[in-house]
Design a protein around this ligand. Structure first.
Ligand code: GSH
Length: 216
C-alpha cells in the first residue's frame, strides 16, 4: 500500500526547508520506503476531512494502509520499528532510539523552539531583548550536556538511528554562532545533514515550493 505524507504546497521563504514533514521524508529516505506527498493548503488545513487525519490542521500526517498517524516524532518512531536503517532490531536498542527521539523533542526542542520564536517572530521587540539571554542560557545548558554525552562518538548511540535524525533536525534550528561554541555538536550536525537521505528529503520538500511560488 502506498505511503502518503501530508506536506504544504507552499510556505513563505523563511520556513522553506524547515517544515516538519522533512523529518518524516528523511526517515523514509533512510529506510528506502517510497511515498507520495499529499500537498495541502490553508483550505485543506481547515477542512473536516483533513482534521480527521491531523486534528490540529498541521503537517505532517501519515498513512500507509496499516496506520494513520500524526506528530512527526510518532511517525519517525513508527518507521524506526520498520527499518534497520533507523534502529537496531533488538528491544533494548529500540528502546534507546525511542529515548533519544523523545529527548530531542522533549528536552532540547522546547528551548530551541523558544529561541526560534523570539528570533524569527518577535525579533527586536523589547520583551525579547530582555528575555533572550535567559533563553540562550537554557539552550546552551542543554547543548553542553548533549555534547558531553556525544563525546567522541559519531552518533548518539554509536551508529546512526532515528534518534540522530530528530536530534539533527532540532540542532538545525540552533543559530550557527551558538552551535559553533560546541564544536563536537557542530561536527555531529554536519555529519548527520551530509547524509544523502537528508539531501534527498530536503530537495523533495523544496520542489513544490519552487513549483508553486506565487507570481511576483
Ligand atoms: N508537534 C507537531 C508540530 C507540527 C507543526 O508544528 N507543523 C507546522 C509546520 S512545521 C504546521 O503545520 N503549522 C501550521 C499550523 O500550525 O497551522 C509535529 O511534530 O508534527
Amino acid at each position: 500500500m502506498t505511503i502518503h505524507l501530508s506536506a504544504f504546497r507552499w510556505v513563505p521563504p523563511f520556513a522553506q526547508g524547515h517544515v516538519r514533514d522533512l523529518r518524516v521524508r528523511w526517515a523514509l529516505e533512510e529506510a528506502g520506503l517510497p511515498y507520495e506527498a499529499a500537498l495541502i493548503g490553508p483550505a485543506d488545513q481547515a477542512s473536516d476531512n483533513y482534521r480527521a487525519w491531523q486534528p490540529f490542521g498541521q503537517v505532517p500526517a501519515f498513512r500507509d494502509g496499516e496506520v494513520e498517524l500524526f506528530e512527526s516524532g510518532a511517525i519517525v518512531l513508527y518507521l524506526s520499528r520498520r527499518s534497520e536503517a533507523l534502529a537496531p532490531t533488538d528491544e533494548a536498542g529500540r528502546a534507546r532510539v525511542a529515548t533519544w527521539i523523545l529527548a530531542a523533542l522533549n528536552s532540547i526542542e522546547p528551548q530551541v523552539g523558544q529561541l526560534a520564536l523570539t528570533d524569527i517572530f518577535h525579533k527586536g521587540e523589547a520583551w525579547t531583548v530582555e528575555r533572550r539571554p535567559q533563553i540562550v542560557a537554557m539552550v546552551e545548558k542543554r547543548l553542553q550536556q548533549l555534547e558531553a554525552w556525544l563525546g567522541e562518538k559519531e552518533y548518539l548511540e554509536g551508529r546512526f538511528t532515528a534518534g540522530d535524525l530528530l536530534m539533527a533536525c532540532v540542532l538545525r534550528e540552533v543559530p550557527d554562532d551558538i552551535l559553533a561554541r560546541y564544536p563536537r555538536l557542530e561536527t555531529y550536525r554536519a555529519r548527520c545533514l551530509a547524509r544523502p537521505a537528508f539531501r534527498r528529503a530536503l530537495d523533495a520538500q523544496m520542489q513544490p515550493f519552487r513549483e508553486n511560488a506565487p507570481a511576483a
